[in-house]
Design a protein around this ligand. Structure first.
Ligand code: FAD
Length: 471
């Protein structure tokens, strides 16, 4: 059979990063018959889930020459999703009663996620494909008009080198480069400031008055963590989602966003209320960042839009040689990494075709135009979520929801590569979980027993000895 025009067969493929995305990408690429080399600058697999008490010296991460600490995980972190829906589809994230050191909770701590990823890497013998302590410095086309890619790297002993690949799959994560919101007057505000990337424990905030900016997952968790020791914690939030909510922390207060701050330490909120604070914790999210990528300006990051990318994965002019796994946020991450990886692996080897470059570009342009017409800023380009669960998208009409709905996205990819899409129970568990934000949601749930049963019925297909009921 004549290979399709954009097929390059079973090839040599580089994967950058061995976090949850890189691990499953390496597995899917090898399953498809490719030869895989994964570069990982840390000593071990796990990416973001490799907890470290170390933080960057520059607490707002502004200095471009600072030493990067990859992880943004704080000590008390527990997952914000139930374990059943969080795992990869064919390697259930179940409890391990055979090992007392494991966390059996349904919303386990970060160590348990790390152990799960280590188990996954071991089960599928992924480590043999990884070059640890090897940082990728540059990724670029090997020559003008070449379909090959040059990867330059430096190992921890300072040795540099380069390899040539047929394709590069970028899985470097996007929770390391902080994003800061501008606050009028902040230049003269004299209190302490940190970004959540550098938050680990509440101790430095003992007896202090602390402002936490942002009430998404990290802001919500960190404010409660700090409230255990601080005198007062004031959350500055865009949405009024928590306004009527009661919290077990009487020292936790919710406000609208900050209007401005002053050199006397005062913080004035949009409703005119004033708080004199010791510290501000910026839980304002992260920026996409690919310092190693050189595409002659073809792939750019503009107001957190990485583009042009066909379906958040392939840059039309460089596909299938360059691809990105894991860019969409606000979605079921591990499942998404897995299904995107299956698509990339099968496109690189050829059985699955991409449209022509022009057609992909048309699709991208139409997508951007649609976002614009709906008034959705560029920085939400990679938000993959159902608008009905996301206050900022609430004004969209149901037919517009498809634009950014994760299930539509997963179904579309599944159709491309002939694999299964998201299971009903997984999607429903996710939809229930992301609406929860009360203090106790991780330990007090009784609304999805039926879905748990469905999940465990599905899990029985895989490694039955390891599948036990969640406690
Ligand atoms: P990462 O885990 O960041 O891995 C990227 C890897 O690339 C790293 O190992 C890094 O060292 C490596 N790397 C980067 N640059 C280079 C380079 N130049 N050379 C070599 N190696 C490089 N998701 C959930 O599903 N459930 C949760 O409960 C959850 N909680 C979260 C809590 C926080 C605070 C944050 C920030 C995110 C959370 N997430 C959660 C989302 C989480 O990011 C994803 O689940 C997932 O772990 C990201 O995987 P990744 O592989 O894309 O990125």
């Amino acid at each position: 059979m004549t290979p399709p025009p954009n097929s390059i067969g079973s090839r040599n493929v580089a994967v950058i990063g061995a976090g949850a995305a890189g691990l499953v990408a390496a597995r899917e690429l090898r399953r498809e018959g490719h030869t895989v080399t994964a570069y990982e600058r840390q000593k071990q697999v796990g990416g973001l889930w490799v907890y470290t008490p170390n933080v960057e010296p520059d607490s707002l991460n502004i200095d471009p020459d600072r030493t990067i600490v990859h992880s943004s995980i704080y000590q008390s972190l527990r997952t914000n999703l139930p374990r059943e829906c969080m795992g990869y589809s064919d390697f259930p994230f179940v409890t391990r009663p055979d090992d007392e050191s494991r966390d059996p909770r349904r919303y386990p701590d970060h160590r348990e996620v790390m152990r799960y990823l280590q188990d996954f890497a071991k089960e599928f013998e992924i480590e043999e494909m990884i070059r640890f302590e090897t940082e990728v410095l540059r990724v670029e086309p090997a020559a003008e008009n070449s379909r090959e890619w040059r990867v330059q790297f430096r190992s921890s002993n300072g040795v540099t080198g380069e390899d040539i690949f047929d394709a590069v799959v970028v899985c470097n994560g996007h929770f390391t480069e902080p994003r800061l919101a501008h606050i009028p007057g902040i230049e003269s505000w004299t209190g302490k400031q940190i970004h959540s990337h550098n938050y680990r424990v509440p101790d430095p905030f003992k007896d202090q008055v602390v402002i936490v900016i942002g009430n998404q997952s990290s802001g919500s968790d960190i404010s409660r963590d700090i409230a255990t020791l601080a005198k007062e914690v004031h959350i500055a939030a865009k949405s009024d989602a928590y306004e009527n909510e009661s919290s077990i922390y009487s020292n936790l207060h919710i406000h609208p966003t900050i209007d401005r701050v002053y050199s006397d330490g005062s913080v004035v909120f949009q409703d005119g209320k004033v708080v004199f604070a010791d510290a501000i914790v910026h839980c304002t999210g992260y920026k996409y960042c690919f310092p190693f990528l050189e595409t002659n300006g073809y792939v750019t990051v503009e107001d957190n839009r990485v583009g042009p990318l066909y379906k958040h994965v392939f840059p039309p002019a460089l596909a299938p040689g360059l691809s990105f796994i894991g860019l969409p946020s606000m979605a079921l991450q591990f499942f998404m990494f897995e299904i995107q990886s299956k698509w990339v692996a099968s496109v690189i080897s050829g059985p699955v075709n991409l449209p022509s470059e022009d057609k992909m570009m048309e699709d991208v342009i139409a997508f951007y135009a649609k976002l614009k017409s709906l008034g959705i800023p560029k920085r939400f380009t990679h938000f993959l979520t159902d608008p009905q669960w996301t206050p900022m998208f609430e004004k969209l009409k149901p037919h517009e929801a498809v634009l950014i709905s994760q299930s539509e996205y997963f179904n579309w990819i599944a159709e491309q590569c002939g694999c299964s899409s998201i299971e009903r129970w997984r999607e429903e568990q996710y939809n229930i979980a992301i609406k929860k934000d009360e203090d106790t949601f991780r330990d007090d749930w009784d609304d999805d027993d039926q879905l748990i049963q469905e999940a465990y019925r599905d899990f029985a297909k895989f490694k039955p000895t390891k599948v036990c009921c969640s406690t």
